[in-house]
Design a protein around this ligand. Sequence first.
Ligand code: FMN
Length: 174
Amino acid sequence: MEKFSNLVVETILNRSSVRSYKSDQIDGEALSVILKCGLRAPNGWNHQPWDIVYVQDKTFLDELNFAITSDSNNSVFYHAPTVVFISGNRDDEYYAADCPLAAENMVIAAASIGIGSCIIAYLSNFLNSQAGQVYKERLSIPENYEVCIAVALGHPTVPMHPHSSRDESKIRRY
Ligand SMILES: Cc1cc2nc3c(=O)[nH]c(=O)nc-3n(C[C@H](O)[C@H](O)[C@H](O)COP(=O)(O)O)c2cc1C
């Protein structure tokens, strides 16, 4: 294993979801790198069928959270200062695969530069419902796009470490 260890492998093996963030905003250049890595994700036919919008407006995020949870203390975004919403074009064959791949690239890039992240799907049902339409419009998400996933980003309150285990028996050889 050691022979093939490098920064990418180490980052992937050590990443974990972060669910507690400091309130200070992440660096703009760091965000640009993360978003750029999202765009570089493999995607079907290179159609890039996504719409990616990042939100740093706390008032908006708090309002959306309350609309989803009816609770201002518990945040579906874990009070992260930046949330990236990734939506996919329903007319595209592979948008449902492509959007999470962009999210995955973002969380790995974030981890590699010490920024915490959490992929969040919990909000997509709400945002794609009639009640969520107003928020999609405020974010200027195109008409025929479905909100697939979001990525919360911020500085972790505690150091990141891989805390969830993986079942290696899920890998089989045929
Ligand atoms: C498709 C998808 C949806 C997820 N939705 C949520 C979510 O809504 N809320 C949340 O706290 N974590 C969410 N997660 C994060 C997972 O819970 C997390 O990746 C998993 O528990 C493994 O932990 P790790 O990321 O720390 O390795 C989601 C992850 C994926 C890939």
